[in-house]
Write a protein that binds this ligand. Structure first.
Ligand code: PGA
Length: 258
């Protein structure tokens, strides 16, 4: 079937989670930028907070985006242990992961908190990568579409077009994250369609088709090509396979090709 819209730009983002010291992160970033030009997809690296300053000078002026994994909704104040959007911008960050399932389910982040973080990121000039996705129990109960719609609506309802255009969504089924159990290309594409249809409903006609929607959850060099053959997928949010330059770059090349 011909595409009803020109292909959206592709993005592959590495979520290092709680891995890599500053020194290890700098080494990995150096390996990534050396070969990054081989992919036509945009690349982003999201190290832990403690490695951001070490990675920044390595990616600066390479086109590889620096991202963080979380932010606090407030710009400053008495929030012990937290990091704000303006602090990330001052470190050279261009994007930030918001509402990752390890924060929604592990730290109890609510839809409302995710929405507040999304707005804080946009206000600070950071591109939010907003994660949504169902648990295994929700999928088995036939609730996938309802969960995705709820999470997307909570974050994106009423967002003005320029802020929508500066946002990215990552569909990350919780059962696929870090498990080696990747969603099938068809499952991922179906979820992406639900996300786009929800955006059209809650944020205005055409918002869904315009949004960059990534897939995340056990993406590897072995399954990347099959996933990216689905035109619904605009790239990937990569966890485990982003901790080695070779596997991250192989995924980036698969996303950039075709
Ligand atoms: P994974 O993680 O690639 O290790 O499954 C993806 C993510 O959590 O963003």
């Amino acid at each position: 079937m011909p595409r009803p819209w020109p292909r959206r730009p592709r993005l592959v983002a590495g979520n290092w989670k709680m891995n890599k010291t500053a020194e290890e992160g700098a080494r990995l970033a150096r390996e990534v930028v050396t070969a990054a030009g081989r992919s036509s997809a945009a690349l982003a690296l999201c190290p832990p907070f403690t490695a951001l300053a070490a990675v920044q000078p390595i990616v600066a002026s390479t086109g590889v985006l620096l991202g963080a994994q979380n932010l606090h909704p407030e710009p400053r104040g008495a929030f012990t242990g937290e990091i704000s959007g303006p602090m990330l911008v001052a470190l050279g960050c261009r994007c930030v992961i918001v509402g990752h399932s390890e924060r929604r389910h592990g730290m109890g982040e609510s839809d409302a908190q995710v929405a507040a973080k999304l707005r804080a990121a946009l206000q600070g000039g950071l591109m939010p990568i907003v994660c949504v996705g169902e648990t295994l129990r929700e999928r088995e109960a036939g609730e996938t579409d309802a969960v995705l719609a709820r999470q997307v609506e909570a974050s994106f309802t009423g967002l003005p077009p320029d802020e929508l255009a500066g946002s990215v969504i990552a569909y990350e089924p919780v059962w696929a994250i870090g498990t080696g159990k990747v969603a099938s290309p068809q499952q991922a594409a179906d979820a992406h369609l639900t996300i786009r249809a929800t955006l059209n409903r809650c944020a205005g006609a055409g918002a869904g088709e315009a949004m960059t929607v990534l897939y995340g959850g056990s993406v590897s060099p072995q399954n990347a090509a099959a996933l990216f053959a689905e035109e619904q997928l605009d790239g990937a949010l990569v966890g485990g396979a982003s901790l080695e330059a070779a596997s991250f770059l192989a995924i980036a090349e698969a996303a950039g090709g075709a």
